[in-house]
Design a protein around this ligand. Structure first.
Ligand SMILES: [Zn+2]
Length: 298
């Protein structure tokens, strides 16, 4: 019905969708799920699901199974077992220990308020103070500052030099591992070689790339999809009570997600099951069709 984009599939593609279980799936996260799924499948790759529950202060009970059910309803079937970050704390600690043995980390007692008062950027105040690292926050000495990268959708991304050089937290003062650390360890362990996700995570990507280098690991390719926003600058999120898609007509919602990703949406698609719609989309999706913008108002 429409020409299929022709490009050689990436070999041994491994991608993932990594929602945090802080509420039900909303339209913005569905777009990320569909986009990452279709890109994996058009490359004959694997699509994994990881529940990013490392920040236990934000977990909503039952949200994980709710998200997984919703993915199944939209015919987004994952390969391999679902991974939960809270079940891998020993793994994360082993990576921290390896940094520790190389003397690349230090304890930090600065409060967010103090850092903000000093201009917002952490300038290494605790670097030579030898704080005990058994308790409190831990920072990594930045040895692989990355201030630019090429995104498969958004093009060249430049990051502020001072921010790129900042020693950043890998463990928070409340004892939780920092998101930046665990997301990279997970991607390394799951051998993810392409990350397709929402553009709200575009700036932290440079820091994640520096961590891949720190751990001497190949850096995945990145493709950041436009973010669904309610109004410019305000993404749909669980925090601002974006409507759950659980009770919406799945075909219609899926059709909107496909259109958002730049796919043609012939009306007869609505007569298909979600399974058939996803099958159709798998043959027509291409990253090159995705609008090259950071956000789209819906
Ligand atoms: Zn400090």
């Amino acid at each position: 019905m429409y020409p299929t984009a022709v490009s050689a599939p990436m070999r041994n593609y491994r991608g993932r969708f990594a929602p945090s279980p802080s509420g039900p799936l909303h339209f913005g996260s569905l777009v990320a799920a569909v986009g990452s799924f279709l890109d994996a499948k058009i490359n004959q790759g694997k699509w994994l699901v990881r529940i990013e529950d490392i920040d236990t202060t934000r977990i909503v009970k039952g949200a994980d199974s709710d998200i997984l059910h919703t993915l199944e309803r939209f015919a987004l079937h994952w390969d391999e077992e679902v991974v939960y970050q809270t079940q891998r704390l020993n793994l994360y600690q082993s990576y921290v220990d390896s940094l520790l043995s190389k003397q690349l980390v230090y304890g930090c007692r600065c409060t967010r308020k103090q850092i903000k008062a000093a201009g917002g950027l952490y300038l290494g105040h605790c670097k030579h103070l030898n704080h005990n690292i058994e308790h409190g926050a831990i920072r990594l000495m930045q040895c692989h500052a990355t201030n630019q990268f090429t995104d498969l959708i958004q093009g060249q991304i430049n990051i502020d030099d001072a921010l790129a050089k900042e020693d950043y937290l890998i463990k928070r003062s409340d004892g939780l591992f920092a998101y930046q650390l665990v997301v990279v360890i997970d991607d390394i362990e799951q051998q993810i070689n392409r990350v397709v996700r929402g553009a709200d995570l575009i700036n932290p990507t440079a820091r994640q790339i520096s961590l891949f280098k720190q751990f001497d690991n190949a850096v995945p390719q990145y493709a950041h999809l436009p973010l669904a926003v309610a109004e410019p600058g305000f993404k749909l999120s669980k925090q601002n009570h974006a409507q759950s898609i659980a009770n919406q007509h799945p075909q219609q919602t899926l059709m909107q997600a496909l259109a958002f990703l730049g796919l043609p949406t012939p009306p007869q698609l609505l007569d298909l099951t979600t399974e058939q719609m996803i099958g159709w989309a798998t043959e027509h999706f291409s990253l090159s069709r995705v609008p090259k913008v950071a956000e789209i108002q819906i």
